[in-house]
Write a new protein. Structure first.
Lengths: 316, 324
């Protein structure tokens, strides 16, 4: 209701500025209504899950939780962080996000710098070699066999090595460097800076905006990954991640046809805890924990990733 | 001096070529800092992206994991013949094409419409807010999205509750949306739109900023309505971008995704949810039939490769900027 009031107010303002025709006013009205509907459809599922995660688990089973919790509690959050598997998985998620992102950003920037140097003799060859891999990949089994033969199964580094350089990231960093004013790089060279010095002291600081974009993409990718955990480390519980733990819970509730039957993890819990948590509330709480870091970060990087998408998407 | 030395060692016939190679190495030595910075990653690229292609040979073998490469039995195209005679694979192919087409058409139309509508909002703060919120689902994982979608579609989820409220569904008779195979493509399409509609508008909105504002002013003076301005100025203004993206996306016709189908799929909707990627996973990992799995994956990659190259070529010919 409040939104509607705001809408009509803005419409009145718009009307005083430009003499809008009746048709245009109807259009505006529909447009704003549509946008508000879009916001509701996008946000409601998150708000609903948040409400369930903050509601008493036994009470949630009765259903009817929509926007606000009925019986407020933090027990669900307390439970999942006391559960050592999930706590450990969260740590691994954080670790792979930090290490994976830092290495990707650094390595991609370094290669992008060399590829931006018009006089570099390997420039053309390397560009083609990298870009070609956008068109094909070995596929699931060949990649699995490679990882096995490299003895990366059951290792943390399987989260870092395969994604070390993303071609898309490479392209957007390279075109950013190419658009830097030539005079800055020139002046460095005249001062006798070698390629290492130019890269670390001139290029790296100047490309921070685009590196923020790449860091966001890579961080999101790392944080959200679960398939590589499933494929390579599913028998190594100490290398499991938050997303994979959530996926396992989902899969369990899937096989029991959507109804909330207690899954193994909760069955294994002590009697006292069994009374306080249910798969429904654990799933809701983990969904929030698994998405919250991203939800909190991405709005602040909007300016950067929008620019990154424009460069990478249209120009290449 | 240098040319003389080369002449002496390699004879006059090879006069030009060694000079090139020699020059190349001299340059390379001078650029050794750049080499140190990039060649290790070239090796990385070779190992992680090119070496796995060697695994495609398994598709032509009766692969036994215990045997060495040279001891495998080569059986030619047997696995491919089997695939195309296999009822299950044909169904998988149908699902792949159906879901990627749904994704392509729905994804395009909804994103363009949203971009057009967003472009008409004069209130900058409101527009910004809508945009920021619309990007949100793009950033969450498909695992989280699947959890949300399952909750929404569950018997006591919001969708069933609304249908009850509207009197379409009786209480106690709630629809198990994910249990009805025929609904799966629709659920997949809606989920994909929900997740990426906002994200996909970025490119179009960027293209719209390049349209000359005087065009709008002129149209306004001529009395063109908002809808007409959208239809005759904005839409033609972003046409080049639409064309390029459309062509490029046709290259991804066999890439219908993996995660949504895997995470939302279940025993009940498998006939409609299983696509090539899941087929590859099930045969390869669950049944350890590496040869057949690789053959299916290889088929997908080769067709995609050809489609993408053709698409890129057509986009270039169309005089539009390429994607790569």
């Amino acid at each position: 209701m409040e939104n509607n009031a705001a809408t009509s107010r803005t419409m009145r303002k718009a009307k005083s500025r430009i003499k809008a025709s009746a048709g245009d006013r109807i259009f505006d009205y529909c447009n704003y209504t549509f946008m508000i509907l879009l916001i509701i459809v996008t946000l409601y599922p998150f708000i609903n899950i948040l409400a369930v995660s903050l509601n008493n688990a036994q009470d949630s089973i009765k259903g009817g939780i929509f926007l606000l919790p009925r019986v407020w509690t933090l027990d669900n959050y307390r439970y999942i962080f006391r559960e050592s598997t999930i706590f450990h998985a969260t740590l691994i998620s954080i670790l792979r996000t930090v290490i994976g992102t830092v290495t990707t950003v650094f390595c991609s920037a370094m290669v992008a710098y060399t590829l931006s140097r018009q006089d570099y003799v390997l420039r053309k060859f390397m560009t083609i070699a990298f870009v070609l891999t956008m068109y094909f990949n070995g596929g699931l089994i060949p990649n699995y066999l490679l990882i096995r033969d490299l003895h990366l199964l059951g290792s943390f580094w399987v989260y870092v090595w395969p994604g070390l350089i993303g071609v898309f990231n490479l392209i957007i960093i390279r075109s950013f460097i190419e658009n830097l004013p030539e005079s800055i790089l020139e002046s460095g060279r005249i001062d006798g800076a070698g390629d290492f010095r130019s890269f670390f002291h001139i290029v790296l600081p100047l490309t921070l905006p685009v590196l923020a974009t790449v860091a966001l993409f890579s961080g999101v990718y790392q944080w959200n990954s679960w398939f590589d955990v499933f494929l390579y480390n599913s028998s190594h519980i100490n290398l499991s991640t938050l997303q994979y733990e959530l996926q396992k819970i989902l899969q369990n509730s899937n096989t029991t046809s959507g109804t909330s039957s207690l899954d193994g993890m909760i069955n294994g819990a002590s009697g006292a805890q069994q009374n306080t948590v249910t798969p429904l509330s654990v799933r809701a709480t983990m969904t929030i924990v698994a998405s919250l870091p991203i939800i909190m970060v991405y709005p602040f990087l909007q300016k950067y990733f929008v620019k990154g998408m424009m460069v990478g998407g249209v120009k290449g | 001096m240098e040319t003389k030395a080369i002449l002496a060692t390699s004879g006059p016939a090879a006069n030009k070529k060694p000079k090139g190679i020699r020059l190349f190495f001299i340059k390379l030595a001078r650029q050794r800092a750049l080499v140190v910075m990039s060649v290790p990653f070239l090796i990385w690229l070779f190992i992680f992206k090119y070496v796995p292609i060697w695994g495609w040979t398994i598709a032509f073998q009766d692969y036994k994991p215990a045997l060495k490469f040279w001891d495998q039995t080569w059986i030619g195209f047997e696995h491919f013949k089997f695939l195309f005679g296999d009822e299950r694979f044909v169904r998988v192919l149908r699902n792949t094409l159906a879901m990627s087409s749904i994704n392509l058409v729905l994804g395009f139309v909804t994103a363009i419409v949203l971009a057009l509508l967003l472009n008409e909002i004069r209130q900058v703060a409101f527009k910004r807010t809508v945009q920021t919120i619309s990007y949100l689902p793009h950033f969450i994982s498909w695992v989280v999205a699947a959890s949300i979608i399952q909750t929404t579609l569950s018997p006591d989820g919001i969708l069933n509750q609304m249908l009850i409220w509207l009197g379409i569904v009786d209480k106690g008779n709630e629809i198990l949306f994910l249990g009805i195979p025929e609904y799966f493509w629709g659920i997949f399409g809606a989920s994909s739109v929900w997740k990426d509609i906002g994200w996909n508008t970025i490119v179009y909105l960027a293209a719209m900023t390049t349209i000359d504002p005087s065009q709008y002013e002129a149209a306004e003076i001529d009395g063109a309505s908002r809808l007409k301005r959208m239809r005759y100025i904005t839409l033609p203004g972003i046409k080049p971008v639409i064309v390029v993206l459309l062509i490029m996306n046709i290259g991804y016709l066999l890439e219908s995704g993996f995660e949504p189908q895997y995470l939302l799929g279940n025993g009940m909707n498998v006939d409609y949810s299983e696509n090539i990627d899941i087929f590859v996973l099930k045969y390869g990992i669950a049944q350890s039939n590496f040869s057949l799995s690789i053959a299916a994956g290889m088929f997908k990659t080769v067709v995609s490769f050809v489609l993408l190259f053709a698409a890129n070529h057509i986009a270039k010919r169309a005089g539009e900027s390429r994607l790569f």
